[in-house]
Design a protein around this ligand. Structure first.
Ligand code: SF4
Length: 98
């Protein structure tokens, strides 16, 4: 009886472990990035995100994490799942494209 319950608990734990990464993937897809990042949000504040960079050579569109199309005004960034960052923006995680 105890073994059966243990198997049920272990099985349920396995299902939840699989469900979380799938949910994270779905919400990080570009099609779910509809709204712009709120610069006053906790995540944006923590990363010092600004919509217009103070340095012309350090902007989101030149960052290796930027997922917007070339020439786009905004695009997804994995650090802000579900939102778009401004192509002219910047944050402290900026990493120039190689
Ligand atoms: S990591 Fe920062 S600088 Fe790079 S695209 Fe995302 S918000 Fe912009």
């Amino acid at each position: 009886m105890i073994d059966k319950k243990r198997r049920q608990v272990v099985s349920a734990m396995g299902a939840s472990v699989v469900a979380v990464p799938v949910a994270a993937l779905v919400t990080s897809l570009p099609s779910h990035a509809d709204s712009m990042v709120d610069p006053t949000s906790a995540q944006a504040s923590a990363l010092q995100y600004i919509e217009v960079s103070e340095k012309a050579d350090a902007v989101c569109s030149g960052c290796s994490l930027y997922q917007g199309d070339a020439g786009s005004e905004a695009g997804p960034c994995p650090l802000f799942p579900g939102s778009k960052v401004a192509a002219a923006g910047w944050c402290s995680a900026f990493n120039p494209k190689a």
